[in-house]
Write a protein that binds this ligand. Structure first.
Ligand SMILES: Nc1ncnc2c1ncn2[C@@H]1O[C@H](COP(=O)(O)OP(=O)(O)OP(=O)(O)O)[C@@H](O)[C@H]1O
Ligand SMILES: [Mg+2]
Length: 314
């Protein structure tokens, strides 16, 4: 795909509610065909930013652009290019799935053959074929999520904004959702998807942005963020003799913190990557320490998330 251009741009976006800075100077771009994960704890400002992109709210300052069109100056053009899956599903209990999708297809101005083709395509893609006549009140959470995704893509938008689409889904439904999102991106759709949980999105996203208290704390590929936040690995070694000498030898190095000795066990935090840990082990052996065991635990994505965010709420 040669057509690499930003389909979503947040330009110094601000949205205040009285004293709450729900979105506080957020800027990032999402390129065509990219899946961008918008991650943050409750109240971080994810829904507020997404509602502005979907033209349901306006910024206090700054702007948001979809395919180059401003949500402030060109909301109609933005709406035609964008599908929004809100975090809460509207209540239409007595309508069946086909009627529901048909309603939104009509609202987007689809007529005749074009509308029936769109319905067929969306019901096939979201695996709602067998549920066409089922009333919405009889749908499970996962089925409702699929219907909501179907509704957001009925007019074949080039940009999809999905607000916590995986919330409340079972593991299989999550995997299926992930596959659907990847497939949409492979067909050139640009996708902004939010979650509280970094690990939930890490696999499906090309890049992520971590937001807390309205501020973007980190943006990039997950591995980049992991590296940038040089989270320390925990190392534990068992040494058979000369424990005191090893303690001093380690303390003299610059890449070790939190050194604790407990009998034969020596524990510390190490700033290096796996290669550097292997080099450390080699050096210890060459310095004549009798190392009987060497184990290291690299911090998980959850640890990185906890490290980036502070847990403040406003
Ligand atoms: N209409 C509103 N009036 C007043 N405050 C609001 C309004 N909408 C959002 N807020 C506040 O803005 C902040 C961000 O809320 P937002 O819903 O964007 O967070 P979120 O990241 O989507 O959180 P969650 O994970 O809980 O969905 C919160 O402090 C919230 O209370
Ligand atoms: Mg939200």
């Amino acid at each position: 795909m040669n057509d690499v251009r930003p389909m979503i741009m947040l330009q110094r976006l601000h949205r205040f509610f009285d004293n709450t800075r729900a979105v506080d100077d957020v800027s990032f771009e999402v390129m065509r065909g990219e899946v961008f994960g918008y991650i943050g704890p409750n109240g971080a400002g994810k829904t507020t930013s997404m509602r502005i992109l979907a033209t349901l709210d306006l910024p206090t300052y700054g702007d948001a652009l979809v395919d180059g069109f401003s949500v402030i100056n060109d909301p109609d053009r933005v709406r035609r290019r964008l599908g929004f899956m809100p975090d809460a599903f509207g209540t239409y209990p007595n309508v069946n799935c086909r009627e529901y999708l048909d309603f939104f297809a009509r609202a987007y101005g689809l007529r005749g053959r074009e509308r029936s083709d769109a319905l067929k395509h969306v019901m096939g893609f979201t695996k709602l074929d067998g549920l066409a006549e089922k009333p919405i009140r009889g749908l499970s959470k996962g089925m409702k999520q699929r219907l909501c995704l179907g509704r957001s893509m009925i007019h074949d938008p080039s940009v999809l904004i999905l607000d916590e689409p995986a919330a409340g889904l079972d593991p299989r439904a999550r995997i299926e959702l992930r596959q659907m999102i990847r497939e949409l991106a492979d067909h050139g759709k640009t996708i902004l998807v939010s979650s509280h949980i970094l690990t939930e999105l890490a696999e499906m996203c090309d890049r992520v942005g971590i937001i807390e208290q309205g501020q973007l704390l980190a943006v990039g590929a997950v591995e980049e963020i992991q590296r940038g936040h040089a989270v320390l690995s925990e190392v534990e070694i068992r040494v058979l003799e000369n424990v005191a000498r090893l303690r001093q030898w380690l303390a003299d190095r610059g890449d070790i913190e939190n050194l604790v000795v407990d009998g034969e066990l020596v524990r510390f935090s190490h700033a290096g990557d796996r290669r550097e840990q292997a080099a450390l082990l080699r050096e210890m052996v060459l310095a004549d320490f009798s190392i009987a065991a060497f184990g290291c635990h690299v911090k998980s994505l959850e640890d990185v998330f906890m490290h980036v965010t502070q847990g403040f709420v406003q």
